[in-house]
Ligand binder design. Structure first.
Ligand code: ZN
Length: 143
């Protein structure tokens, strides 16, 4: 998964705002950390991470000069969408980003984790699909 955050970092590291002392180095470290946390969240929490491109852009835009903002957004968009596609493709095949099997997030009546494969685009299997709908409705109500 980190190939995606590294790719963003490689394209943007040289454009961070100049500064004295360790400023540039610190900005680059911050850039890499933010890229990694976005990609991590995409991989592990895809369904509840609604706007990954905008989130990462807002987190790192202050590290770049005004003249780089458009390019920064474009680079983020390109790589984050690729990462999201990758996670989705893996999910359709019933595996997570690292190839381990994807399991339904529900708990059965016996109190154990459900072992069934989730529906595409859902955290839940067909029997627990209603749980997903409940969460979505709650989010809509709250918003
Ligand atoms: Zn289930």
């Amino acid at each position: 998964m980190y190939q995606f955050s590294r790719a963003i970092y490689r394209e943007l590291a040289n454009e961070v705002l100049p500064g004295s002392g360790n400023a540039v180095c610190e900005r680059r470290q911050r850039l890499l950390a933010e890229c990694e946390s976005t990609v991590e969240r995409l991989a592990t929490d895809r369904h509840y991470f609604a706007r990954p491109v905008r989130t990462l852009f807002n987190d790192i835009r202050a590290l770049f000069p005004m003249s780089s903002q458009l390019r920064v957004y474009g680079v983020i968009e390109r790589h984050v969408l690729l990462a999201a596609q990758y996670v989705d493709t893996q999910a359709r095949e019933g595996v997570t980003f690292d190839g381990s099997p994807l399991c339904c997030h529900a708990t059965t009546r016996k109190g154990t984790s459900c072992q069934r494969v989730p529906l595409p685009g859902s955290k839940y299997c067909p029997s627990h699909k209603h749980l997903d709908d409940d969460v979505r409705e709650l989010e809509v109500t709250a918003a």
